[in-house]
Structure formats: C-alpha cells, structure tokens
Design a protein around this ligand. Sequence first.
Ligand code: CO
Length: 215
Amino acid sequence: MKTLAHLLQRNQEWAREQLRRDPQFFSRLTQLQQPEYLWIGCSDSRVPANQIVSLPPGEVFVHRNIANVVVHTDMNCLSVLQYAVEVLQVKHIIVCGHYGCGGVKAAMDGQDHGQIDNWLRHIQDVARLHQDELFHIEDERARIDRLCELNVLEQVRNVCNTTVVKKAWKAGAELSVHSWIYGIANGILQDLGACISSLEQLEEMGWRSGRFELD
Ligand code: CO
C-alpha cells in the first residue's frame, strides 16, 4: 500500500499554522460557507483559484475543468452555478482562462488525443466562430493566446445565458459575471473587460441567446 505520507504531513503542518494564526479559523468555517465569488477556471495545476487571488478557504466557490468551458447541458457545471447563485448567493462569477492553455492548444493542433477530443470540440466551435480574426494572426503562440481570450468571452456569454443566471437577474439579484485571464509566465490576472451585471447589459452586448436582429 502506498500512502502519500508527505502530503498528510504537510496538511498537519498547514492546519497547525492556521490555528496558530487564528484559533477560531476552523470552528468558524464549520458554521457555514459564505463565499462572494464563484470561480470557473481551468484544471491546470498552475492556476489554483484561491492562491492566485490570495483568498483563504471559505472565500471562493470553485468549478474547474479543462479549458474552463461552460457547456449549456453540463449538469456538473450547471449544478455548481445553481448552488452558487441560489443558495450561496455569490455576487460575482469569475470565468478565468489562462494563456498557453494546454486544452486550447490541443484543440487546435490537428492531432488525435482520444476521449478528450470530444470535450475540446467546444473550443473548436469557439475558434470557428472567430476564424476570420484568428486566421490573420500568423504567430501560432499569439493565435492560441487570442483563442484563450476569446474562449473566456464565449464562456462568459454561456454563463450569462444559463437559466440560473437569467432567473437571478430577473429576480433583481446583484450578480456580475467577469472575464479574466491569467498569465502563467508572470502570475498576473487581467480583466478582459466584459463584465455583465444584468439582462439589459447582456442585451446591449448583443450576447443574449435566442434574440436575432434581422436587417
Ligand atoms: Co488550461
């Protein structure tokens, strides 16, 4: 039997250190969680939600998957969203991508990766939606990085168009959806500028699904 003794050891040291700094730390957390933020990010080990925004346990509700994708029918992600919005009543949903994302890269390399290719189809859809822009970026790394940004924006759009978020806005909830991207090379988060806080704003952006302007 292999035990991960070194990790359990580190955990004991960590718990001791938390108690040393704040003797009520764990007893307070057993009462309830009241995070203001839902983080939807990539599973990449280099992009740990709490650490990069320097928030302790209890402050951020987290959903991560490969390439931070929000699929319309993904019950896992939708359940996280519903719980975060309706029960925890988070005020902010942060969709956070990162430059050099392996999932985004793999989606565009034309190789066969097995099962994961079914998931990466969502990224390929994003690329197809923006093919005119991406086509003109000659440098491959720059093209992948731009697709990482466009993917965040598309997933923000997907979050905003979920029944959960639309229902919350209709009920007057204070809820904003943010588009962030993280640089693994420098540890810095950037806001991509799309922040949506109401159905009206979603409409203004032309991002509300199922509404078409016909000329
Ligand atoms: Co990634």
